[in-house]
Design a protein around this ligand. Structure first.
Ligand SMILES: Nc1ncnc2c1ncn2[C@@H]1O[C@H](COP(=O)(O)OP(=O)(O)OP(=O)(O)O)[C@@H](O)[C@H]1O
Ligand SMILES: [Mg+2]
Length: 595
């Protein structure tokens, strides 16, 4: 998929809209009802001018004994038509708007569920902001087309055809004249209206630009202030707002001219036809009621033309939106569960066994550089293995492959003897608990943040996990304890506290394989000692891989893997590796001299 969203007017063909069909199909009954209401409303609208004429000619015009009777009858008839029109219009509005909202909700859900199932590779190329804008802006365009435009189109086609027929029934001569007038009046208004709409879209885009800018900056306030960029950012936003204002002024100017032209032309035409009609009435070739009827039909036809042109523009935009959404729905995640997944062997007392054989991997965005090259490791069930190595050695990448966020280009990874590509993704990931390098805290309270590890955990289990992760004490001291809201992205916590929440979350899951990516890097010595002893307790009965920069964390591991440039360069215990005098020894020397 493309990485930037084009803001140019979309030239997608209207046929793209057919892609919406699967979303409309479940609601056939509602469409039928809406169609019926639409038909009734259109007929009632077309009946109004006729009823009007009857009322004028027979109600007002005819003098004598019958007049009062007629007045009652025709006024009642007119009111009845109005009642039908009111009910049918309200029903149509309800049905059609309901459809619009329903279909949009379905599309939003479908797109979102599809997007959250994508592998990280998808999010490397697609910007989350773009996905968001598709979910909101594009679906709103579709809501407009399903919720109003389709019914507007049908209604106005009916009104146009019906109205035109009735015009000719009323007066062939005047109709021929008015047909020409319609072209002269409606065409410029329609063309000019298009321009106004394009300008108003531009000005919406400008506003979206400004708010995207503001959003990014507001999320980075501490950095902005620390670098004293407040003024620069304010100016940047200011000029962005100014540019939105300039576009808006263009739109307002065009809109004002449009109003001027429209009123002049429409009234000019009406006055002209009235003038011709008045002569016809005086000459006796037409009744006053017929003239009234004629003018009303002409208004209906003109309105229908205007509305249809608007609908066409909307449909064009919705086609563009549909195209982008369908594209998003068509994106296939490169990492998929197999059609016939294999089960994992039953969990053992010790934990899971892991093996990597000759794994070679490069990130899709960096085909030239291998992040892992010829990596072969065997880890026995229950082992605690520390992974150390310089920054960029590929440690985090290894974890990503174990979770199958990416598949290696070459080689094999097995969990308890099963190729992880043959496991259902959920089976694999449920067997793994991870504390990532960058802890993620959701804007929720403490208990829900920990419960993210296992949705069905009881409060007692959550608290037990928090105690294990040395998080219970500080959570209990928060204003509302476990119910305390942790702020957006956990801003109300310190880095170390965030990390302990993340550890509690992973422990709550109680997985046979635990992956810790510098899980204690943000902790002070005291909390680290606490978490460390908790983790040691937690490591019982499972296999644990610990990535650590601090050698103090590493020393207790059963085995240490030293990684550099994407493969294991040394392996052994702390003592044996120091004795070897290789990379580990030099890392250890550096680290201990600093401590
Ligand atoms: N999503 C990505 N796309 C492309 N390259 C990446 C991506 N993530 C990491 N890399 C690159 O892969 C290499 C290994 O990165 P990795 O994150 O595994 O390092 P690390 O050993 O965990 O380092 P650190 O100790 O700093 O966390 C680096 O050169 C990095 O720039
Ligand atoms: Mg890393």
């Amino acid at each position: 998929m493309t990485s930037t969203r084009s803001k140019a007017p979309q030239k997608a063909s209207l046929a793209t809209l057919a892609g919406l069909f699967p979303f409309l199909k479940p609601y056939k009954r509602q469409f039928l009802l809406a169609g019926m209401a639409l038909l009734v409303a259109a007929c009632a609208t077309l009946a109004v001018p006729y009823a009007f004429k009857q009322m004028i000619d027979l109600g007002f015009g005819a003098a004598g004994a019958k007049s009062a009777e007629h007045i009652d009858l025709y006024f009642i008839a007119l009111f009845a038509v109005a009642c039908v029109l009111a009910v049918a219009t309200a029903a149509r509005f309800y049905m059609v708007s309901w459809l619009g909202e329903r279909v949009t909700a379905d599309i939003r859900t479908a797109v979102y569920s599809h997007v959250v199932a994508q592998s990280p590779q998808f999010f490397e190329t697609a910007q989350t902001g773009e996905v968001l804008s598709r979910l909101t802006t594009d679906t709103t365009l579709i809501q407009a087309i399903v919720g109003t435009s389709i019914s507007m189109a049908l209604r106005n086609v009916l009104l146009f055809v019906g109205g035109l027929a009735m015009l000719f029934v009323t007066s062939v001569k005047l109709s021929s004249i008015i047909l020409i007038m319609l072209l002269v009046v409606v065409l410029p208004i329609v063309l000019f209206g298009r321009r106004v709409r394009k300008l108003s879209r531009d000005s919406q885009d400008r506003i979206a630009d400004a708010s995207a800018l503001a959003g990014e900056i507001l999320n980075a306030m501490p950095t902005v202030q620390a670098f004293t960029h407040e003024k620069i950012e304010a100016n940047r936003f200011g000029s962005s707002v100014e540019s939105a204002f300039k576009t808006a002024v263009q739109r307002i100017r065009a809109r004002a001219s449009l109003t001027l032209i429209a009123i002049l032309l429409v009234f000019g035409a009406i006055v002209f036809v009235l003038w011709m009609g008045a002569h016809a009435v005086v000459q006796g070739t037409m009744t006053g009621g017929e003239l009234g009827q004629f003018i009303l039909y002409a208004t209906i036809v003109a309105g229908a033309i205007g509305a249809l042109s608007e609908v066409l523009g909307e449909a064009q935009r919705a086609a563009g939106a549909t195209e982008r959404l369908l594209e998003l729905l068509a994106a296939d995640s490169p990492v998929q569960s197999p059609a016939q997944p294999k089960p994992l062997p039953p969990r053992t007392e010790a934990g899971a066994a892991l093996r990597l054989a000759d794994v070679r991997f490069h990130y899709p965005s960096r085909p030239q550089t291998e992040a892992l090259s010829n990596l072969s490791v065997a880890i026995a069930a229950g082992e605690t293995v520390a992974i150390v190595g310089p920054s960029g050695a590929g440690k985090t990448t290894l974890f990503q492959l174990l979770l199958r966020f990416y598949d290696p280009q070459h080689g094999l990874i097995t969990l308890d003897g099963v190729d992880i590509r043959q496991l259902d993704l959920h089976t694999l990931r449920n067997a793994i608990g991870i504390v990532p390098q960058d802890t993620i805290i959701f804007s929720a309270n403490a208990i829900d943040n920990i419960r993210y590890g296992r949705a069905d955990a009881t409060d007692a289990e959550v608290i037990a996990a928090a105690k294990m992760a040395a998080a219970h004490e500080f959570i209990a001291k928060l204003p509302e304890g476990y119910q305390s809201f942790l702020g957006e992205r956990g801003v109300r916590l310190s880095g170390g506290q965030r990390q302990r929440i993340a550890i509690a979350r992973a422990l709550l899951k109680n997985p046979p394989l635990l992956l810790l990516d510098e899980a204690t890097s943000a902790l002070d010595a005291e909390s680290e000692r606490l978490v460390q002893s908790a983790l040691e307790a937690a490591m019982v009965g499972r296999t644990t891989l610990v990535i650590a920069h601090r050698l103090a964390t590493v020393q207790r591991a059963d085995r240490i893997l030293v990684m550099e440039h994407g493969h294991v360069v040394e392996t052994g215990t702390h003592a044996s590796l120091v004795a070897q005098g290789g990379l580990y020894a030099s890392l250890a020397a550096l680290q201990f001299s600093q401590d």
